[in-house]
Design a protein around this ligand. Sequence first.
Ligand code: AMP
Ligand code: MG
Length: 512
Amino acid sequence: MSLLFPFENAYAQLPAQCFSKALPTPVKKPQLIRFNEALARTLNIDFSNVTDDELAAVFSGNETPENSEPLAMAYSGHQFGNLNPQLGDGRAILLGDLIDVRGQLMDVQLKGAGRTPYSRGGDGRSPMGPALREYILCEAMTALGVPTTRALAVVASGEPVVRQQREPGAIFTRVASSHIRVGTFQYFALRRDEEGLKAIADHVIERHYPEIDSTAEDRYLQMFKAICKAQADLIAHWMLLGFIHGVMNTDNMTVSGETIDYGPCAFIDAFSMNKKFSSIDQQGRYAYNNQPAIGQWNLARLAESLLGLFPGDEKEAVAAATEILGDYSHWHHSAWQAGINKKLGFSTVGDEDDAINRAENDKAFSERLLKILDDGRLDFTLFFRRLSDLADQGSNADRASLLALADDPEARKSEPLLTELNAWLDDWQTRLSEREVDLVTVKARMHSVNPAIIPRNHRVAEAIAAAEAGDYTVFDKLLSAVEQPYVSRPEFAEYEQGPQPEEKVLRTFCGT
Ligand code: AMP
Ligand code: MG
């Protein structure tokens, strides 16, 4: 029996300069760690009667499936603000794209499958740690409801990868609605290759934004607008969950609006507005509260790349793009506000004219809370989850449990902070009782948007350490925990806790 993929290879039909053909390099002793059967089913992959060894052979790149036209995609990118004209898939190989059960074209890509023409000095490989990290993070994001690339499989290569030290290697299979990035457009714009630029743009419209009339004169401007809207929403979604991407280079920003590239990313435990984890992000360029502005900066680079395709002369094109980039901020803020209001239990976004909001509008009210969370370094996830628990408690609410979430023991005893928090909670309860009818429903609604379980750094680190020593059970359990983030289950109670002081992960690494 063999594994059957209904590959279309639509990307391989694009002009030759969009990619380079590249075959995976076989590995010594592939061993299947995990195969995502549920996802495979949605991709119309036939895996009936396939053994783990056969899965390992295909998802390590040792065997190339029938109908696959393996290739590495070309792209450029601004990395930490510096333009690198020649990046491309240096350690990723697209096996092909196929139509899933929704009728959506999806990419299946091996990551860590060996060198490609874009590898530059790299070995084309991936250590097992980052591969497992990406698996957990992207599946957690899916369960949390955030658009993201997905994990189809992970296979141990049986070969070491040399980084700071020797580490076990792995191949990760990533699924995405496409791997086209802002940097893909930059690649063609930099080369003044209008054929390539248009081919990719037409492909993106057909693939991601089919509602755009493909004959409209301003279709590329409409595409740009749709991409900006998708990113405004995506970044709001991240922020609402305390997620820090960590490496928002233009080559790590998709045009589909899916989260991609789980390198040094992390969820915040103790909240701080300018939190960063990544060891290479010295200046905090990609810190938590910089993400919306960096998103806009990246989209401005996209606009520059597309300018020649927009209607009118250059001045008109710039004016149109600038207006959309301005709209991006509004879209982002309204997505954030709608989301934070939901997290606080409000079923509406207050209108500035209504009585409750006249004194203090929703924006100021939520900002007041973030300031408290920041001042006390409160655990972001646990705060909203515990707040949800209090929604229907009225004056019986146990507020002490909230301040106990402060990271700093001093903050837990801080009188001014306690006063601030109490005042805010009084106002919150007043607003809830004035704006909402049924507080039991409010509580359930809050639980459905404020997760109990996120893939906390120390838990991810623990799962990776066990796997590197040959024990995958910790990884499997963590995965089961994060797959249902909005329900508290006794068997996963430990995953609801924040880290103990000695468990705190302060830094994350790219792990390439
Ligand atoms: P990333 O930091 O994963 O976004 O990667 C940035 C660029 O470096 C991309 O072009 C990657 O394909 C390339 N790259 C990262 N790691 C490797 C590696 N081990 N071998 C070859 N290329 C790599
Ligand atoms: Mg990348």
